[in-house]
Design a protein around this ligand. Structure first.
Ligand code: SF4
Length: 412
């Protein structure tokens, strides 16, 4: 690898920021909060909005693992932020416990259902397993609704519904372990220990999918994984659990979060959307219910807030862009202005990813069109690939792309 190659190679940290282990970025500290069950009460949401304004840049991101990031936190305000998170009951005991509790739950859970009970038991089991040291990005998905909706959400251990109860499986495996909702949390911890015992994390890094590509599954994992129909990514609008609203580039100003809290508790999703709970039992954590909302959902005019996308046909839903320059030290260019300008030219059903560098944080998977920055306002175009793949065209200027946006899709 040449020196030039090295300077183009994005740095891989191998861990995600937390509240107790923040990450420095170009705009200050990034502090990631993992609310239990991916849910914020209205008071917690208002409290986070206030902390974001007082201690940071006033901008918050919803991450691809359904966590909330406060951006631009000043060094000098970090201690006050931590006190505030503790007061809101959004702080783990220590950084290790916070890192272990990496659980994404279907945002459509209902109080008392399998997803709710399993995620609660798993969080408690992970909190108690203080000898379990997993790689920084190692995560669990609890997705036990009628159809799995989190199959595209990165995870190492997945828990889904099956014919006889629930299925525990290693990510990437075609067989798993059929269990009951009562026993699966402890077995998930056992599978995480198996991963470590099998050498899944040499030097503290590694993913389950990589391990099972070279090792046989545990002998008890003999139940075939059902090929459930792939659920389409939900669109903004009403659902049985509440109203989904999307965030432009997964980001919102603190004032928008505070205003949303006036409509109910909020659930974080991995689709850069928030679900505003309806005022059914879900908002009060009482008995299980699968009924439709009974009270009026917020109206479109209630939700006309900065940074929100309310329509499934909004072209901004067809683009993804990371924070880019100047907020990320590794970025070679700004990204979001170009993504916003090109959105209307992305055909329906297709997707454009504008990435500040080859790391491709905002959309690690392959997609239809990718623009990877190589210099300020200069991009490589990749089709049907990731931000790091071989480009079809190199050194395209942002100005030329804006002037001839059809170039993105020509011949495709
Ligand atoms: S992809 Fe974007 S956010 Fe990720 S390191 Fe590169 S510039 Fe930064």
């Amino acid at each position: 690898m040449t020196q030039a190659d090295l300077s183009q190679t994005p740095k891989v940290y191998g861990w995600c920021p937390g509240a107790l282990r923040p990450m420095m970025s170009g705009d200050g500290l990034v502090v990631r909060v993992r609310p239990p069950l991916g849910r914020l009460t209205p008071d917690q949401a208002r409290g986070l909005a206030d902390l974001s304004q007082r201690c940071g840049s006033g901008l918050l991101d919803v991450s691809a693992r359904a966590n909330l990031q406060l951006r631009g936190i000043r060094d000098t305000a970090y201690d006050a932020l931590i006190d505030g998170l503790r007061h809101l009951e959004l702080l783990d005991e220590d950084a290790a416990a916070e890192a272990r509790r990496n659980i994404a739950i279907t945002p459509f859970w209902q109080p008392g259902d399998d997803s709710h009970r399993i995620a609660s038991a798993l969080a408690a089991a992970l909190s108690a397993a203080d000898d379990l040291v997993l790689p920084g990005k190692f995560g669990f998905v609890v997705d036990c609704g009628p159809t799995p909706v989190l199959r595209d959400t990165a995870a190492d251990i997945r828990i889904e519904r099956c014919d006889t109860g629930v299925m525990l499986r290693a990510d990437g495996a075609d067989h798993g372990l059929a269990l009951t909702a009562e026993t699966v949390a402890q077995e998930a911890i056992a599978l995480a220990r198996w991963f470590l015992d099998q050498g899944g994390a040499p030097e503290g890094r590694g993913r389950m999918r990589q391990l099972i590509a070279r090792r046989a599954l545990p002998a008890s994992h003999v139940a075939p994984v059902l090929n459930a129909p792939r659920a389409a990514t939900p669109q903004p609008g009403p659902t049985e659990s509440g109203v989904l609203v999307a965030l432009e580039f997964g980001q919102m100003p603190a004032a928008t979060l505070a205003a949303l809290a006036d409509h109910g508790a909020l659930r974080l999703t991995p689709w850069r959307m928030l679900l505003i709970e309806d005022d059914s039992d879900a908002a009060h954590h009482t008995a299980p219910t699968h009924t439709a909302p009974t009270l009026a959902a917020p109206t479109q005019s209630d939700l006309a807030l900065e940074g929100l996308i309310l329509e499934g046909r909004d072209p901004r839903l067809r683009v993804t862009a990371c924070t880019g320059a100047p907020n990320c030290h590794q970025a070679r260019s700004t990204t979001r202005n170009l993504a916003r300008d090109l959105a209307a030219y992305v055909p329906a059903g297709r997707h454009l990813h504008v990435s500040g560098c080859a790391k491709g944080c905002a959309h690690p998977r392959a997609t239809d069109y990718v623009l990877t920055a190589t210099d300020p306002d200069v991009f490589d175009l990749i089709r049907n690939g990731t931000a790091a793949d071989q480009p079809l065209h190199t050194s395209l200027s942002a100005r030329a792309l804006r002037a001839a946006p059809d170039f993105l899709t020509e011949g495709n």
